[in-house]
Ligand binder design. Sequence first.
Ligand SMILES: C[S@@+](CC[C@H](N)C(=O)[O-])C[C@H]1O[C@@H](n2cnc3c(N)ncnc32)[C@H](O)[C@@H]1O
Ligand code: SF4
Ligand code: SF4
Length: 348
Amino acid sequence: MTILNNLKAFNAALFKPNKVDALPIHLIFMVIEKCNIVCKTCYPRTGKKILDSNKFYDSIKRLPIINVGISGSGETLLYPDLMPLIKKLKSNTNPSVNVTTNGVLLEGKAEQLFKSGIDTLSISIDAATPETYSALRANRKNFYKILKGIDKINKLKVKYESRKPKLRGLFVVSKYNIEEVSQFVELSKSIGLNEVYFQHMIFRMEMLDWKEFLGEYTADEIVNKMKEAGRIADKLNIRHNCNEWANKDDIWQRYNDEPLNNYKKCIFPWMSLFAKENGDVYPCCMLYYYEPAKMGNLYEQDIEEIWNNKKYQKFRQLIKERKHPNPVCKKCLAPEIWDSMKRYLRLK
Ligand SMILES: C[S@@+](CC[C@H](N)C(=O)[O-])C[C@H]1O[C@@H](n2cnc3c(N)ncnc32)[C@H](O)[C@@H]1O
Ligand code: SF4
Ligand code: SF4
């Protein structure tokens, strides 16, 4: 069932039919709205909802999921049911599990997280120095707290001779930190991260002024800085995604007022499901605050009913035809099918 479903899902991602006869194999969900810090790029975290873990698990347990991403519209490690939920997911289809966190509480939760058997821990840092960290994310003391948390996980990995969890440093690139991308690679290596992942800014509806976030930087400058970071990462033997930043035209179109041509490469609506704390389903995590892109609700409908409803089919058709379904898709540099497949295959 799982293998056949996987084949059908990859087939759907390649050929992009409006109606998909495979169930989603990739699941990303949010567990909590509350946060313990305030970041410049993010929303004000005023919500109080948390995921009902039993209800949620019941609604998705039939899915032949091979890959799960757990995050929050707030801070993931504040969610009280995180470890039991990971355990349930693992004992079901044994998916590869990635938890994304700001890392502030990592030191205290390191042991539990390590024992939960997660495959990847992604830690959002966005800076190579405490000064830039405090300008973008939080009090500089938290920068050192994150480093301590990472160190604790690494010590557990050594003690138990485990390669898991793989540690990934996340870095949302903007004019505030782009000068530190190479230094971030070096820092990541020195603190024992296995991978660095440079993310593009996601533009919320009320801040569609994309130029603001990369200021006066030209596409050439951005590409060159990312290439240099990639070269250093190769030399230090640390995994990276700098090659996803290599296309000057993509960068130019994204950060200027021009339609982006490559979003048709997006495969999310064909194989991936994203759910919010309240069970609302969206095609991907970039759209979760954009109400018109809501496809249904896991607590009110079966997944099959949502997955191929008229709205989902229309959305897939628009993406395939390169007609922007919304302003976020218009500016999204979604990964190509091959990049995504490599990531799926590597994670399993
Ligand atoms: C919303 S946070 C939730 C998990 C956790 N609180 C954290 O910071 O990792 C998920 C990811 O989104 C990133 N992020 C925040 N604002 C963003 C934006 N405007 N564009 C792209 N990514 C953003 C964060 O850096 C983080 O890696
Ligand atoms: S990026 Fe994460 S840590 Fe920062 S405010 Fe948003 S949810 Fe909180
Ligand atoms: S925002 Fe990007 S990843 Fe999400 S559905 Fe649109 S194009 Fe795909």
